[in-house]
Design a protein around this ligand. Sequence first.
Ligand SMILES: [Mg+2]
Length: 283
Amino acid sequence: MWIRHAAILSAVSGKSETTRAAWQTLLEPLRAEPARTAILTDFDGTLAPIVEHTEDASLPDGARDLLVRLTERYALVGAISGRRTADVRALIGLDTIAYAGNHGLELMMPGDREVSPDPSLAGREGDAAEFVATVEAGRLDEAGLRIEDKGPIQAIHWRGVADEAAAEAAARVIAVDAGRAGLEPRWGRKVLELRPVGGGGKDAAVASLLASDGLDRVVYAGDDRTDVDAFRRLGELREAGELVAAVRVGVLSAEGPPQIAEEADVTVDDPAGWLEMLAWLAE
Ligand SMILES: [Mg+2]
């Protein structure tokens, strides 16, 4: 309810979708210097609409061709997702872009044959799965919570269950237990993710992707809490003078956190708005 209210407030205060002329002005320095520009995007809720079951997600028509055209023009195109790298790579279907999966715990640059796991997780890859195995199945079933095994991260989903509020309340209890077991709970859009403490994060992922020589302009789009971490890191890099331009694009939704609108430089109402921006960048 609070989030919905904040979305309405932000619309009233003029934080609703940015005009085309305004975002073109912000993105012009990127379009003018494609060899120095990275185009980074979240997947679910940003490039592709949210669906009830994550396995049913797919790229909108024309989005893959658009990404191909962007790879031909820009120095780096990358997808940064909470999904596992293999999963998001299969959904996008291109090996010419970079992937940072599991919120940055996995990295795969264009041309890489294998995924590189975040070395800080070594020895702790199984901690979240071990914890989830100790949660009584009855407790999960009763609340309608669904577990998704993402290796070092275990995701607990409740989108579409009969009583989402009760399911979220049950997830909150599990999050407390997970914290006691030494895991870090992270909340997303109708999902709780449990992971080993430290390492990864979309903030670390954007920094890794931008580490290549000569990249000093970036646009990043996202819709959820972990994207706010990336927004903040990009803001810091811009402040520190390491980036000439960093344009944070917030994809608005009723269930997303208010920080998406508050901390973005540009907002769009839905993934179609982001695709429109990408189409302009590809022209
Ligand atoms: Mg997302």
